[in-house]
Design a protein around this ligand. Structure first.
Ligand code: NAP
Length: 539
């Protein structure tokens, strides 16, 4: 007879030890809640634990990406660059976790297989891949918005004899590129960082591009000691500034509209944006550039000329200029030496629209015209964004309802924090919240605080069960959809709008994000709390 499996019990289980999970665990422990984190990796850090590919770094200013809640952490941590690289960010998150003393409450190497709600006990049963079982009253998902990597669906992927990696699953030990023939498939924010970083370190680099993106210079540079002291003195202002912008970045729209500024002044402003660090080039523009067609076309033409200036071969430059979407309607990859890479003799651009990839072979990549041999293939092919991490866990709610079935045609939530039919589960960093459409840490700090207050409220009142009301959920879905109206973001196919050619069924628009801006989102959630958590049924 098989031995009975012991079930470990906690009041709260948090899945994931990334930026969200670390802070949620801290809040829970601080409130005296018995909580544990289950993390699939062998270390904490989430995105910054896994994405070790060369060139991985922040696109938001380091000091706007850190947590804001703890004065000592702000005082003690020094950022070395305005846009820190992945190793530094991972060190930062480890520093924070140790400073807060949360690490002993994290369990690593725990991949969650299924979570099932027990109606009779109002609790969740969590089963890990290795068969271990845990139960809890509240299940909090902090499983990441870009944590379900999607390798390309190309015939022969498993047959390649050289080294091949998806960027997300980059090996822990450094990869030696010297003299190697390297291929990169994918030119999103990840591919663009990799290409700029390795072009001068490889023997040869071949980039397989399907759709180009509008990329813009990051202008990263080191932070001096004096600058860091100044940043520390200004932290209150920095976070205040982030709290006012729609994306919770340091950069928010210029109040002026495109039309009201004379052409010469407008061009001078755009030159300034292009020359300044970070997302200003995308988010700091005239307020109508990401909304109206004409200003967007003008700005896109300005950026296209920048690409033509930087890429010497006019044919290559034209291939790198997007023709199917305007600037900023997909995530703008921030780059360092990206366009210059294509001026190097060892770098070749293959447009797979001209010569489609037919298969991966043991030697390399076969396109319709030729087979190229490689030592390393890098798949920078993105993620099953926002809902993918949920789909990879078998969530079962009330009456056997499967989350994957409920979300088959796209996610539905209430406030981006709960799903009707899944009581006592909070979908932190999940679909239809603002964290997934904004600078993640400031937004998730708010969402975590809100969720922690909710749990405090439930505990204080002895509430055993909380569930989103189906009609409140339906209204939220309408509000989410309305947020897409009038946004150019909704016009382009990308992970923002739910598309992924490497996932079945993700060939149509899905409403994944709250697009009315972080300030409005905070206002909505605070209003719900002030009104006694309206839209939830508390039992
Ligand atoms: P992505 O933006 O989805 O890009 C995936 C790329 O792979 C696209 O160029 C896509 O082409 C291509 N691709 C996919 N399947 C393909 C196939 N079968 N054949 C040829 N090409 C294929 O993914 P990502 O670059 O990993 O970026 C995802 C998000 O992660 C970013 O938007 C960003 O939010 C985040 N990120 C952040 C940072 C940062 O903050 N510093 C850095 C990197 C990434 P199509 O465009 O034609 O689909």
């Amino acid at each position: 007879m098989a031995a009975a499996v012991e079930t470990e019990t906690h009041e709260v289980i948090i899945i994931g030890a990334g930026v969200c999970g670390i802070y949620m665990l801290h809040r829970m422990l601080d409130m005296g809640v018995d909580a544990t984190v289950l993390e699939a990796g062998d270390g904490l850090g989430g995105t910054w634990y896994w994405n070790r590919y060369p060139g991985a770094r922040f696109d938001s200013e380091s000091y706007s990406y850190g947590y804001s809640f703890d004065a000592e952490i702000l005082e003690e941590w020094n950022w070395s660059e305005h846009f820190a690289g992945q190793p530094e960010t991972l060190s930062y998150l480890n520093f924070v976790a140790d400073k807060l003393g949360v690490r002993p409450h994290m369990q690593f190497g725990c991949r969650v297989k299924s979570c099932a709600f027990a109606d009779d006990t109002n609790s969740w049963l969590v089963t890990l891949e290795d068969g271990r079982r845990l139960s809890c009253t509240y299940l909090l998902t902090a499983i990441g918005m870009l944590s379900a990597a999607t390798p390309p669906r190309i015939e022969g992927v498993d047959t390649f004899a050289g080294q091949a990696f998806h960027t997300y699953y980059w090996p822990q030990e450094p990869v030696d590129f010297s003299g190697k023939r390297v291929a990169v498939i994918g030119t999103g924010a990840t591919g663009v960082q990799v290409i700029g970083e390795i072009a001068d370190k490889v023997g040869s680099l071949t980039v397989y591009q399907r759709r180009p993106n509008w990329c813009a210079p990051l202008h990263n540079r080191p932070i001096t000691e004096a600058e860091m002291a100044d940043i520390k003195a200004r932290y209150d202002d920095i976070f205040e500034q982030c709290s006012r912008t729609p994306g919770a970045f340091l950069h928010g729209p210029d109040r002026r509209s495109f039309d009201e500024v004379p052409e010469a002044e407008r061009l001078a402003f755009w030159e300034e944006l292009y020359a300044s660090p970070g997302f200003g080039v995308w988010l700091g523009n005239f307020r109508d550039v990401l909304v109206e067609q004409e200003p967007n076309q003008e700005y896109s033409a300005f950026i296209a000329d920048k690409i033509r200036e930087r890429v010497h071969d006019p044919e290559v430059a034209e291939k790198l200029i997007p023709k199917d979407h305007g600037f900023g309607s997909r995530r703008v990859p921030m780059e360092t030496n990206y366009y210059e890479a294509y001026n190097r003799d060892n770098v070749e651009l293959v447009d797979v629209n001209d010569t489609p990839i037919e298969r991966i072979t043991p030697r390399g990549i076969q396109t319709s015209d030729q087979e190229r041999a490689f030592d390393v293939i890098i798949y920078a092919t993105g993620f099953d964004a926002i809902t993918g991490a949920f789909d990879r866990i078998d969530f079962t709610g009330v009456d056997g309802l499967k989350l994957a079935d409920k979300w088959h045609n796209g996610p539905v939530t209430y406030l981006g924090v709960q799903v009707a039919g899944f009581p006592n589960m909070l979908t932190l960093a999940g679909p239809q919240g603002a964290s997934v459409s904004s600078n993640f840490p400031p937004c998730i700090e708010f969402a975590v605080d809100w969720a922690a207050d909710l749990i405090g409220h439930l505990r204080q009142r002895g509430v055993q069960r909380i569930e989103a009301d189906a009609s409140a959920e339906a209204r939220w879905s309408e509000e989410i959809k309305a947020g897409y109206e009038g946004s150019l973001l909704a016009t382009a196919k990308s992970w923002f709008t739910g598309y992924n050619s490497n996932v079945d069924g993700h060939d149509k628009m899905r409403y994944l994000m709250y697009l009315r801006g972080a300030p409005k989102y905070r206002e909505r959630l605070n209003g719900v709390a002030e009104n006694g958590y309206e839209g939830f049924v508390l039992d």
